[in-house]
Ligand binder design. Structure first.
Ligand code: PNS
Length: 170
């Protein structure tokens, strides 16, 4: 199977999804005919955006891109990939600081399922410094994150600040 026929899975917590993630998805769509954005469910981390609302917000972000499917998964990622008929995993690589963790993830996943291939994509340099952790911190301290996230994510964050959950495209 070549890349031109492969389904790629882009896994993550995406709490929240930011424009660096969006850039990686758009790049993946340029290489693979089908991209599944797989959102990790029941993460132990203190989530900013509640689940499954986070999935719906990401679906809304990619509503204009039919090659992109957004879904959640729990358990081992390689099991989800096997069930989805996908052997290619996409991960974003921003800087050397990402390397150690990403290398461990790629090798461990391959150990768990030898058929998996991890493909690293690099975001546009304007997004290199973006991370969900930093966005969460800026947001928690009352800062403006509007230039770092998609419209649906921003709507959800603003609704959270007003103390309520969002409804689609409110
Ligand atoms: O964006 P993140 O939070 O760095 O993504 C991490 C993710 C979701 C890819 C990773 O935590 C994961 O794959 N979790 C599922 C459980 C699993 O398969 N663990 C073994 C990985 S070696």
């Amino acid at each position: 199977m070549t890349f031109a026929q492969a389904t790629a899975v882009y896994p993550g917590s995406f709490d929240p999804l930011h424009l660096g993630h969006v850039d990686i998805v758009r790049r993946a769509v340029g290489v693979f005919p089908r991209v599944i954005v797989a959102v990790l469910a029941n993460t132990e981390k203190q989530a900013l955006l509640p689940f499954p609302e986070r999935v719906r917000i990401i679906q809304e972000t990619f509503a204009d891109t039919p090659q992109v499917e957004v879904t959640s998964f729990s358990g081992l990622l390689v099991d989800f990939m096997r069930q989805s008929g996908a052997r290619v995993m996409i991960r974003g690589m921003r800087a050397v600081s990402d390397f150690e963790y990403e290398f461990q993830l790629a090798l461990m996943n391959r150990r768990l399922w030898p058929l998996v291939e991890t493909v690293f994509l690099t975001p546009n340099e304007e997004f290199i410094y973006l991370s969900s952790r930093v966005i969460k911190e800026i947001w928690a301290l009352g800062g403006d994150v509007s230039s770092f996230v998609s419209e649906p994510v921003l709507r959800a964050l603003l609704a959270l600040r007003r103390g309520r959950t969002v409804t689609p495209a409110e």
